[in-house]
Design a protein around this ligand. Structure first.
Ligand code: GLU
Length: 442
């Protein structure tokens, strides 16, 4: 049996950090098991689904490095849903119901007013054939409900949450199809999971009660249920469910200079008992991924933690990975020299500017001016070699007796215009003798 997972977004908006985490979990589990990771576009809702969001889902997954092994679209599968629907009607598991939204709302309010759970009363099941015919004759089209078997327990061993059970008698028979014939999420999802050979349904815990209902749909369709893993939801840094999380997606991360590797490294580990580590490669994330590592408490997503992790990822990226984002002319030596000082790849351009010049250092005092003049003449004549910084500072130390900060800081300021920055031993060969002599005032 090939382990098969699926990520099933509805193309009604951009993916946000919560969806991205679900996609990643599905991808990691498939990779871990040498299995398949499928993308299912849940676009049964023609009004709310948009093609631009379908395209964005593809682009976002590609940026994250989560390539699906196959893609299916629910909007192309209505014939299959109809066949299964007909069979379930035939078997008496789907029944027509004629209540309007207002009637249903009133029923709910009455039950709630009496302190009872707002469970659908199955009035539609008690309609006689004549009553149904009369309603149809008036032009009332039914919506369709799935009849739960109140005697079949709803239980499963969740890979994250452990044993789960629900009493079907406390749940409303779910509506699976609207009066206009359009599909709600519940039944097509089960039909597809069966048809696509999905072995593991990995999603957020907001779907736990759907799972309870869907278990009976698998049984009604004579299929074994897949395994389920419901991860605890994400919260913001302040520990609360945060609206902001809903607006954080790939565009935002990209725009803030966050690398896909950082997003992956963070989202693979938050909410688990494993530490968040700056892992550039996916392999160690895949190897250590297991639902048994997941906790039940919400996972905290902290943008500041992501930014820190990102810096540690950037420090490891090789030039080939970032070449198309570097300024023209910036080569491997320059990238390697500035990389340890970056929080984002984009910041490399600032250091390239420092290397290329011009730089505008603060005016040195008279004593430092004399020191720099001496440095300029030494720089003009010394054996530049592979390590001019040590050659220059060694010679200056011997000539002036300066050491430590008074030796290094005036040089760094004159050469870069700054008090801090990349290792001068790496920068100076890139600045080169000619520019260095000029900057030192020679
Ligand atoms: N389209 C559903 C959603 O985005 C899919 C849920 C599922 O994974 O079954 O919530």
């Amino acid at each position: 049996m090939t382990i098969t997972t699926r990520f099933a977004p509805s193309p009604t908006g951009r993916l946000h950090v919560g969806n991205i985490r679900t996609a990643l979990h599905n991808w990691l589990w498939a990779q871990r098991n040498g299995g398949r990771f499928l993308l299912r576009i849940d676009d049964t809702d023609a009004e709310r689904s948009e093609e631009r969001f379908v395209e964005a889902i593809h682009a976002d997954l590609a940026w994250l490095g989560l390539a699906p092994d196959a893609v299916v679209r629910q909007s192309e599968r209505f014939a299959l849903y109809q066949r299964r629907f007909d069979a379930l009607v035939e078997a008496g598991r789907l029944y027509p119901a004629y209540e309007s939204a207002q009637e249903l709302d009133l029923k709910r309010k009455i039950l709630l007013g009496r302190g009872l759970p707002p469970v659908y009363d199955r009035a539609a099941l008690r309609l006689t054939g004549a009553e149904r015919a009369a309603l149809e004759a008036q032009g009332t089209h039914p919506h369709w409900r799935f009849r739960l078997d109140h005697d079949a327990p709803l239980a499963w061993d969740d890979l994250v949450r452990g044993p789960q059970s629900f009493d079907p008698a406390t749940m409303s028979d779910p509506v699976v199809r609207r009066a206009d014939g359009s599909w709600l999420y519940m039944l097509p999802s089960v039909i597809d999971d069966i048809d696509m050979g999905v072995t593991h349904v990995v999603r957020g815990e907001d779907h736990v009660s759907n799972t309870a209902l869907q278990l009976q749909m698998f049984a009604a369709l004579d299929a074994p249920a897949p395994a389920f893993a419901h991860a605890a939801l994400l919260t913001g840094a302040e520990g609360k469910l945060s609206k902001r999380l809903g607006s954080l997606g790939v565009d935002h991360f990209r725009g803030s200079g966050i690398e896909p590797q950082a997003v992956r490294a963070l989202l693979a580990r938050i909410g688990t008992s494993d530490p968040v580590e700056p892992l550039v490669e996916a392999a160690p994330l895949v190897a250590g991924f297991d639902f048994s590592r997941f906790g039940r408490a919400p996972a905290r997503f902290d943008e500041a933690e992501l930014a820190q992790l990102n810096a540690r990822i950037v420090h490891q990226l090789d030039v080939a990975t970032v070449a198309d984002r570097l300024p023209a002319g910036m080569d491997e030596a320059a990238w390697n020299a500035v990389r340890p000082n970056l929080s984002t790849v984009a910041e490399a351009a600032g250091w390239w500017q420092v290397i290329e010049g011009p730089v505008s250092p603060p005016e040195p005092d008279a004593e430092d001016r004399a020191f720099l003049t001496e440095a300029a003449s030494l720089a003009a004549t010394l054996d530049w070699g592979a390590d001019p910084w040590h050659a220059l500072t060694g010679a200056l130390k011997a000539a002036t007796g300066r050491k430590g900060k008074p030796l290094f800081l005036p040089l760094r300021r004159a050469l870069t215009g700054m008090d801090h920055g990349p290792d001068m031993a790496a920068l100076l060969p890139l600045i080169g003798r000619e520019r260095a002599v000029a900057r030192l005032g020679g």
